[in-house]
Every structure is written in C-alpha cells, then in structure tokens.
Write a protein that binds this ligand. Sequence first.
Ligand code: NAP
Length: 307
Amino acid sequence: MSFSEKLKTNNKACVIGHPISHSLSPIIHNHWLQKYNIEGEYKAADVAPHELEEFLSNLTENGYRGCNITIPHKENAWKIISQSDKYQNNNSLPAQIAKFMEAVNTVVIDRETGEYLATNTDFIGYARSLIEAEPEFDYRNAIAFVLGAGGAAKAVIFALFSMNVGHIVVCNRTHDKALEIERIMRNSFQLGDDKISVVKWENRNEAVKHCNIFVNTTSLGMNKDGVAQGEVDVDISQMSKPAIVSDIIYNPLKTALLERAEKSGLSAVNGLGMLMHQAAPAFEGWYGKKPEVDEELRKKLLSNFGG
Ligand code: NAP
C-alpha cells in the first residue's frame, strides 16, 4: 500500500511510554471507539528512550493515525518532532501550546500531507476537569497556589491563566524551576506581578493561607506498587474559604492531601477528570468525533481502582 493510501486508511493510535503497563489511556480510547462504533484500535506501546525517534518517525508506515506520549518521553518527543521535516509548524492553538510547553502528549498525523501536528492537551484537560468539578466557583477573584514546577505544573498554570484566575503563586522544592516558569509565563503573556509570583519552599505554609485554590502538581502522594510515595507537606487547613484543593494524581484516587482537604471542609478534586478530559481532543483529532466524558467511562476507570 502506498504512503498516501496508508494516510487515508490507517486507523490505529497508541500511547507510548516507558514503562507503560499502568496506563489507563487504552480503557478511555477503547471505550469511545466502542461507544461510537468506530473501526479503530488503541493500544499501549512500551518504547524505551533509545527507540523513541525511530518509533515516532515510522508512525504512518506502521498503521498509526497518531499517538499519545507519556512519561518519560514528552519533552524528548517535542525535541524530535519539532526538528523533523514532518513537523507541522503553524499558528494554530494546538501547535502553539506544544511550543509553549516544549512537551508533547498528543500527535495527530495530517491525513493529506503526513505532517505531524504535535500538541499538548494536558492544559485543556485540567481546565475542563476543574470547571466540571466546581462550576460555580469564583475563579476570577481566586488566588491559586501551584505546588511543583515540572511539566504538569506548566499545563496547570497555563490552564489557570486561561480560566482568568486572579493570581497564581508558584512554589517548588527547586526554586529556580519555579522562577523559570514564572519567567516563561511573564514573557509569553506579558504578565505582571499582579498575575503571577513565586514563593520560596520554606514560606509555603504562610503563603497558602492567602489562597483559595491549591493544586498539587508534584508526584508526592502518588502510588508506586500500591504504596504512596511521600506526602504533600503543606498546611492547607488555614486556606481562605471557600477553597478548592486539587491533586492531579489519580492513583490513589484520594490522596492523603485530599483526605486532609475534606477534613478541613474544603472541596477536594482528584486527577481523574484531568486524565479523561486530556484524552478527548486527541480522540477527536484521530477519529473526527468529539467524545463525551460520560459516567460509564468514569465507572470503567473507577472499577480499575477497585472502586
Ligand atoms: P516532573 O516534570 O518530573 O515534575 C515533578 C515535580 O514534582 C517537580 O516539581 C519536583 O520538584 C516535584 N517533586 C518530586 N519529588 C518531590 C519531593 N520529594 N519533594 C518535593 N517536590 C518533589 O513530573 P510531571 O510530568 O510534572 O508529573 C507530576 C505528576 O503529575 C505525576 O504524578 C503525574 O502522574 C501527574 N500527572 C497527572 C496527569 C493527569 O492527567 N491527571 C497529567 C500529567 C501528570 P523538583 O523540581 O524540586 O524536583
């Protein structure tokens, strides 16, 4: 079959990571393929770092319409794709987001040209999940505290900014990384001191008292082999109410942080919504159908946690 025929008829997609067996993405995309009766296939592929470039360059030849990319490949995938002659470099919002984040979680292959539209849907996933969980919250007048300054923090900060949250405070164990995110946000969107600031790690408990959204974007509290790895050491009990405490971790569904939030009478939002909502634009890009994040999908994912 010729390359152009493949572009038209390929119907596979996948998630690539290393390791990848824990990924919930196959449950999500196969739910939608079934629900909308679409002929397609979505699997997880374990791709080691040294195999990434070759895997990415042969997507069309191997029957793919695109792929998701997860830990540890998001940043390297950006470097590889943005330097490749297949890179679709345009001014569309999805393309600009990957440029801003310098990390890719979704590739959609253009079915006419074979070019790769590389994007990052984590920010839209986070924004949609928060609004879905707390639609009435006064985001415009809120002060958000973002713990962490890794890839996910960038997506969350961009989401909060796009939701017009009043002010964003960034705090990270490695202070320079928080300063770097602040610099990128200020330069990209001409933001001033009134919109974004950074606090030192040792001042986190004092700073969080003045905030009414707290987001954990670190890996603290995430389960590994069924055991939580560390715990978010921030006193959220003094936050100004009403307040939302959001943890983008979804395994476990209720982290120790969220348990404490509930005990303090704060709204607790887990990372499952972000996971489901970041998948929707990818599915739409590959299969042309805007999928619904429905209750049945939530149930399928919850049953995976024994819930
Ligand atoms: P990353 O780029 O590696 O960043 C990790 C962050 O965690 C850094 O800010 C790091 O601080 C901090 N950290 C790690 N160990 C720490 C410790 N012991 N004490 C204090 N801070 C610590 O990872 P990422 O891609 O941003 O992902 C972070 C988390 O988000 C992961 O758990 C991931 O599963 C989750 N996530 C969820 C979704 C979703 O859909 N729900 C999407 C994306 C990511 P330093 O800079 O000081 O090292």
